[in-house]
Design a protein around this ligand. Structure first.
Ligand code: HEC
Ligand code: HEC
Ligand code: HEC
Ligand code: HEC
Ligand code: HEC
Ligand code: HEC
Ligand code: HEC
Ligand code: HEC
Ligand code: HEC
Length: 320
């Protein structure tokens, strides 16, 4: 980009046209919301203006999953195009060094404010602030990539950061993420992602599931009201285990502790069927008096407690 030459030309033509206006404009603080609040209609210059100097970025943005929303007919001026995120252009065009909403320099909280101007339906500010990622100072743009980049090798979409995919097969992830989900999450949660290489695992490496099939990174307001527990999450896919049964097994029903994860590792395990322990040790966690009971078997061998998740016929879970 020949920014220098273009910038000079643009600044020159701009000051001819609107010099008086700019001389009267007060320099705002470069915080997202205060910039928007201080802007007049004439401070919004439109995408064509930005493209004069940022031609490559502007040309690429057309391919972003966001672009169509940014050009919705009838949207208010401050929610259109580049300026919906970067703030009213007049201040920046006049003083390029100091006044633009630059997502590389603002804080995680400011990024959040800027994005939640439009994404308040998904989540309200106090609500996001109470989530683990926000509490740890992770910002929307640590995970999300707004501008598409060229020469990207990761599973389609707007991927901006070229990096090695963790798993060869990947279920398509949201197009505005920096990488497919397992690759993205792996940057910060290597230990959890590694568990999916164990013998028994949820089929993320096979490209049949995503982390977000179980985890709500930003639970919607509705999700939060429902306060979805992991048990109810698990049984959305494993309905046969949901019951209700005439004879419920307390830990499966979730009446003791954490439900399914009393016995299963949700990510992966080297024991069959994601079990925390292959044999009776699993049951001895709670049934401490059954240590010497039918040794040499697992407790759920044929003829034993085969209906371990609950039964309609037998109070000892010996038949379904
Ligand atoms: C007169 C030329 C010119 C115009 C018009 C212009 N910019 Fe800039 N912009 C620059 C220069 C010069 C810089 C600072 C150098 C750089 O970082 O590339 C800059 C920096 C930026 C940055 C910060 C980049 C970073 O490193 O974080 C953003 C974002 C930005 N401009 C967005 C816009 C938007 C949105 C518009 C339209 C409202 C716009 N610019 C219009 C010249 C211009
Ligand atoms: C939905 C919000 C959003 C919109 C709309 C948007 N940007 Fe950005 N822009 C960002 C974010 C976030 C970054 C930080 C890097 C990233 O995530 O891609 C950024 C980075 C930039 C940069 C820094 C240069 C770089 O690539 O590192 C420039 C320049 C820029 N945007 C210009 C524009 C222009 C011009 C438009 C309109 C064609 C525009 N932006 C539309 C959010 C947006
Ligand atoms: C001017 C309004 C506006 C701003 C500001 C804005 N967005 Fe969006 N964005 C939308 C709309 C509208 C949609 C589509 C409908 C929806 O998902 O709410 C969307 C969609 C998305 C999607 C889903 C895309 C898809 O195809 O699934 C993501 C992710 C996203 N935005 C992230 C961000 C992030 C991160 C920021 C801050 C850097 C941001 N947005 C700023 C309006 C905005
Ligand atoms: C830790 C990573 C991470 C962070 C931080 C994050 N997101 Fe996301 N976001 C995701 C993932 C993964 C998805 C796709 C799965 C999903 O929809 O839950 C997503 C999806 C979205 C969507 C589309 C939702 C839909 O229903 O289609 C929007 C909009 C969005 N994010 C906005 C934001 C905003 C705004 C922020 C900051 C306040 C943010 N995200 C912070 C990872 C993240
Ligand atoms: C930029 C780093 C980063 C990325 C990327 C990231 N996380 Fe996190 N995540 C954190 C931090 C930091 C915490 C809070 C401290 C902790 O528990 O390790 C956290 C916490 C969590 C938690 C615990 C939540 C709780 O309530 O205790 C889950 C679950 C999680 N992340 C899932 C994900 C998933 C799924 C992805 C990918 C879509 C992801 N994270 C991407 C950094 C990240
Ligand atoms: C089958 C559902 C499921 C899938 C898929 C899944 N998780 Fe989890 N994850 C859970 C459950 C349940 C827990 C809570 C574990 C517990 O309490 O023992 C958890 C806990 C976590 C934690 C918090 C760990 C801690 O020690 O607090 C992180 C981080 C995490 N998962 C990341 C991921 C990542 C990254 C992916 C995708 C590669 C993923 N998860 C896929 C169900 C899932
Ligand atoms: C989005 C759907 C989905 C969710 C949610 C889900 N699972 Fe799964 N689960 C699967 C799929 C798909 C498989 C692999 C089945 C196959 O390969 O045929 C699987 C396999 C399993 C297996 C191993 C089955 C076997 O025969 O080896 C166990 C155990 C299991 N899940 C437990 C859980 C638990 C516990 C949770 C909640 C933390 C959970 N699942 C949440 C889809 C899901
Ligand atoms: C008390 C321990 C325990 C709890 C709690 C438990 N399971 Fe299991 N689960 C087992 C055992 C043992 C097996 C292996 C049974 C076999 O191989 O015959 C198993 C097998 C499975 C399987 C694969 C075989 C099948 O029956 O389809 C799935 C899927 C599964 N469990 C899901 C869940 C879900 C979902 C929950 C929570 C609602 C849960 N489990 C709670 C002990 C438990
Ligand atoms: C997290 C604790 C926990 C684990 C792990 C657990 N159970 Fe239970 N189980 C209970 C509770 C609580 C009850 C009902 C109260 C009671 O009578 O002890 C129960 C009831 C039973 C019953 C009904 C008879 C009785 O004692 O009331 C059988 C049979 C049983 N469990 C077998 C198993 C087997 C087999 C395993 C291993 C696959 C297992 N349990 C793992 C907590 C657990």
């Amino acid at each position: 980009m020949q920014l220098g030459r273009l910038a000079l030309a643009a600044v020159a033509s701009l000051s001819l046209l609107t010099g008086a206006m700019y001389q009267n404009a007060k320099k705002p603080k470069s915080l997202p919301l205060s910039l928007f609040a201080q802007a007049k209609a004439s401070d919004f210059l439109g995408d064509k203006k930005c493209a004069e100097c940022h031609d490559d970025v502007a040309a690429n943005f057309v391919n972003s999953a966001h672009a169509i929303y940014m050009h919705a007919p009838g949207a208010p001026l401050d929610k259109q195009g580049c300026e919906a995120c970067h703030g009213p252009g007049s201040f920046h065009v006049r003083d390029q060094d100091s006044v633009v909403i630059s997502y590389k320099t603002i804080s995680a909280k400011e990024v959040e404010d800027a994005c939640l101007r439009c994404h308040g339906d998904l989540m309200k500010k106090p609500h996001w602030d109470s989530e683990a990622h926000a509490r740890a100072g992770i910002s929307c743009v640590d995970c999300h990539q707004i501008h598409p980049k060229e020469n990207v090798n990761i599973t389609g979409g707007d991927r901006g950061v070229v990096q090695k995919q963790v798993f060869a097969a990947v279920k398509p992830s949201n197009p505005l993420l920096k990488a497919d989900e397992p690759t993205l999450c792996n940057q910060c949660h290597k230990a959890e992602v590694m568990k999916f290489r164990d013998n028994s695992h949820h089929p993320i490496p096979e490209g049949r599931m995503l982390c977000s099939d179980c985890h709500s990174i930003h639970p919607t307001n509705a999700d939060r009201l429902k306060a979805t527990s992991f048990k109810s999450k698990c049984v959305t896919c494993h309905q046969d285990i949901a019951g209700p049964f005439a004879f419920e097994h307390d830990p499966v029903a979730g009446w003791t502790g954490s439900g399914c994860t009393e016995c299963h590792n949700p990510h992966g395990s080297n024991n069959p069927t994601l079990l925390k322990s292959f044999s009776r040790g699993l049951c001895l966690q709670c049934h401490t008096d059954k240590g010497a009971h039918h040794p040499g078997h697992t407790c759920w061998d044929a003829g034993c407690h085969v209906a371990i998740h609950g039964s309609n016929t037998n109070a000892d879970f010996l038949s379904r």
